[in-house]
Design a protein around this ligand. Structure first.
Ligand code: COA
Length: 372
């Protein structure tokens, strides 16, 4: 059975950024307007006034300083608070397919491949632009790939679950060159009017190329083993779906956007992920000193510091567990892949590391890789 390898990775970074200062100013202006519009009910104490958000809170609670978005003006408009995306005709590339093409081009260039070499495209993301045709099939067409393509959604673990699927298909011999692409336009399903989470997300797209290790043309990462796990929880939830379309109105969209009970997520996901990684390592005969790098899901700096310490048995050294969330915020399934793509070139043959994502479901996916 061939060993699968990650032979390329790429990141599309959107053109616009929103700093915490810009975000908080827009949110507070929105809160002022909402409070003014509801002044009588607030005075009568039938509803509670919206309190201000703060930059200091955001950095202290999450480590996030800025985020990239596809369109910032709509998000920062206090009368709107969601992005303005131009409606595209069915003859134009869809938005997810367009950013996917950019990330895939970078990943394929690193692998030394052309789109026509690809025979599997998995579009793995936490939200899909439409029900069908699968966005992955459109991407397959745009890059000139053969074979087949399909969409999948495991929320923040979509990328690692996609990598497991692609690696398994390569090992079985059913495909020879796979692309797993993660177009995360989180700004479209984020609730920018909710102070408790308005700072969390950003947009991005990542892509990885997987092939049999024997086909690799340059430096690559052998996929030594993968492990996926899920456990049902309502603590991160988004109710948008085709059965909810009758409720698709501005004032009634809250439960069709991202919702979470952040404190519970924090408490429940940390032990789940730490144990998952410990079990995966033990089954692979790996101990902490075997690992040169951890590329973790990028949701919260404190969370990552905790997981790193649990896995390594000590505080991670600088660079050993790179965080990108200060610049990108939480980019859902793409976070660990951005970290991997931007902080893996310096590893040398034989160095091992783990890519690990976690999130809604709950879901946890880990991929043990070795530089070759
Ligand atoms: N500005 C100022 N204050 C804020 C605020 C904001 N933007 N948001 C919340 N607060 C307040 C709260 O009202 C609360 O006040 P209180 O103590 O008077 O009730 C206080 O700050 C603490 O709020 P809390 O929600 O408990 O913050 P936290 O320390 O748990 O941090 C998260 C919030 C979301 C950053 C954190 O819970 C987290 O990262 N959780 C995991 C998220 C995750 O991984 N989700 C998966 C997504 S895919």
């Amino acid at each position: 059975m061939p060993t699968a390898a990650i032979t390329g990775s790429g990141v599309f970074t959107p053109p616009e950024t929103i700093t915490n200062a810009e975000l908080v100013a827009a949110y507070n202006a929105y809160a002022d307007r909402w409070n003014a519009g509801n002044a009588d009910a607030i005075a009568a104490e039938t509803i509670v006034a919206k309190p201000y958000s703060s930059e200091d809170f955001i950095v202290a609670a999450s480590g996030i300083e800025s985020r990239y978005v596809m369109e910032k003006a709509g998000i920062l408009d206090p009368d709107r608070m969601y992005p303005r995306f131009r409606a595209r005709s069915d003859d134009e590339p869809s938005m997810m397919a367009e950013i996917a093409q950019d990330a895939i081009a970078k990943a394929l260039a690193q692998a030394g491949l052309d789109g026509s070499d690809v025979d599997l495209v998995i579009c793995a993301a936490s939200n899909l632009e439409r029900a069908y045709p699968a966005v992955a099939v459109e991407i397959q067409d745009l890059i000139g790939a053969g074979g087949f393509a399909f969409d999948m959604n495991v929320a923040c673990s979509s990328a690692t679950f996609g990598i497991q699927l692609a690696a398994d298909m390569i090992k079985s011999g059913s495909v020879r060159a796979a692309v797993v692409v993660n177009p995360e336009i989180t700004s479209g399903h984020h609730e920018w009017r909710d102070r408790d989470c308005h700072f969390i997300f950003g947009d991005v797209c990542t892509a990885t190329v997987l092939q049999p290790a024997t086909d690799a043309k340059g430096a690559h990462f052998r996929v030594l083993s993968t492990r996926c796990a899920t456990e049902f929880s309502n603590n991160i939830r988004n109710n948008a779906g085709f059965l909810r379309r009758t409720r698709d109105q501005m004032e009634d969209r809250r439960d069709m956007q991202f919702m979470q009970n952040g404190r519970k997520v924090f408490k429940e996901v940390l032990p789940l992920v730490s144990q998952h990684m410990a079990d995966h390592m033990a089954d692979e005969g790996l101990v902490a000193t075997d690992l040169k790098r951890l590329w973790l899901h990028q949701a919260n700096k404190t969370m990552n510091a905790y997981i790193g310490k649990k896995v390594l048995g000590r505080d991670p050294e600088p660079g050993e567990q790179p965080n990108i969330l200060q610049d990108y915020a939480n980019t859902s399934s793409a976070g660990s892949i951005i970290a991997f793509s931007q902080y893996s070139d310096d590893l040398v043959a034989g160095d091992k590391g783990i890519i690990c994502s976690f999130g809604a479901g709950y879901s946890v996916g880990s991929v043990v890789v070795e530089r070759a």
